[in-house]
Design a protein around this ligand. Structure first.
Ligand code: IPM
Ligand code: MG
Length: 371
């Protein structure tokens, strides 16, 4: 029997290409796992009206961790048009299965390391080493949204003096998405960020919010982060507004180390941080909860490249490496990390995003050979 059971979810588009690439590297380092393929994504939305079938959830529950490829997401109305004819008008509403997984398994912490590998021609600078901690289940992703706004919601909101300026607006001409933060959610992500900084020797944690305007939700996050910071006297807490952060990350990215934010702002800064060190072809994520975790490249499904053996698999190979870290397979994780760094530094194998013409498989083979 294998030591681990790993849920294997390629999903849509290039998901299969990049997961196959990661597999070459996992096999090379001798990771002892049984891989359990599962259904997720657009195909299952179209044919079953559910991009995250129950059987996939059951499969995940029977495994130690999951490696996930990519997902195609479309807005509600466009998604509805692509449903199989027999499923039309049955009331199915599309929602992102990866967001669903994060909430269902309470994968509260999204960890996204973005470091500049020496020799990567795409680095903005070579001295960048950022790690983004993104709260992964709450905030504007809570899914509590209204359109049209029901009368009871309208009446409740009407007790707030600032609602006065919407008095003449009909319910159907208004849409509301709730930004829900909990104290526990804020504390968990802040603590994870500080623990990581402590463990890996980072000097600062920067909380990225907008409490000067969004006083209650951003305010709660900043206040809770300040409390947690007091437990970590050796690590400085910096507070930066999301808009200014976007500017500073382009101007002086080398000054920052661990960044922590809530769901949507964390989503935004993680793409920005990824682009500083080569873009989405390099960016890996761990969606980590108390007793389960899903690892994935940060990039989407890139349908035009699906099956073309073209995209950069480094993001997914790094996601696999993060999975090994999570499972306590430190030595194997390190071999993958060093191999990625070596291949990038040698510069002989480069995918199209790096200005080269190597295929997905060639990149994976080069990393596997070095591991
Ligand atoms: C990410 C992605 C997802 C998100 C999408 C695919 C739903 O952008 O993981 O950053 O918004 O969280
Ligand atoms: Mg994103």
């Amino acid at each position: 029997m294998s030591k681990y059971r790993i849920a294997w979810l390629p999903g849509d588009g290039v998901g299969t290409d990049v997961l196959n690439a990661a597999r070459l590297v996992l096999d090379k380092v001798g990771f002892d796992a049984e891989y359990m393929p599962g259904d997720i994504g657009w195909e299952f939305w179209k044919s079953e009206g559910n991009p995250l079938p129950e059987r996939t959830i059951d499969l995940l529950k029977s495994t130690d961790a999951c490696l996930f490829g990519a997902i195609t997401s479309k807005p509600k109305d466009e998604a509805a048009k692509e449903l199989a004819p027999n499923l039309q008008e049955k009331g199915f509403v599309y929602s992102s299965p990866i967001v669903g997984l994060r909430q269902m398994f309470n994968l509260h912490t999204n960890l996204r390391p973005c470091k500049a590998y020496p020799g990567n021609p795409l680095n903005l600078r070579d001295d960048i080493n950022l790690v983004v901690f993104r709260e992964n289940t709450e905030g504007l992703y809570s899914g509590v949204e209204f359109h049209p706004v029901p009368e009871v919601v309208r009446a409740a909101l009407g007790t707030h003096p600032k609602m006065k300026r919407y008095d003449g607006v009909p319910n159907e001409d208004m849409a509301i998405s709730a930004r829900i933060f909990t104290r526990a959610g804020c504390q968990t992500i802040a603590r994870d960020a500080f623990e990581y900084a402590k463990k890996h020797g980072y000097p600062t944690v920067t909380v990225v919010e907008k409490p000067n305007v969004i006083r209650e939700t951003s305010g709660l996050m900043v206040r809770e982060t300040r409390k947690i910071a007091q437990e970590y006297p050796g690590i400085e807490l910096w507070e930066v507004n999301i808009d200014a952060m976007c500017m500073w990350l382009v101007k002086n990215p080398q000054k920052y180390s661990v960044l922590v934010s809530t769901n949507l702002f964390g989503d935004i800064i993680s793409d920005l941080a990824a682009q500083l060190v080569g873009g989405l072809g390099f960016a890996a994520s761990g969606n980590i909860g108390d007793d389960y975790a899903v690892f994935e490249p940060t990039h989407g499904s890139a349908p035009k490249y699906a099956g073309k053996n073209k995209v950069n698999p480094i993001a997914t190979i790094r996601a696999a490496k993060m999975m090994l870290d999570y499972l306590g397979e430190k030595e194997k994780a390190e071999r993958i990390e060093n191999a990625v760094a070596q291949v990038i530094n040698e510069g002989e194998v480069r995918t199209y995003d790096m200005g080269g013409s190597s295929t997905t498989t060639q990149m994976a083979e080069a990393i596997a050979a070095a591991a």
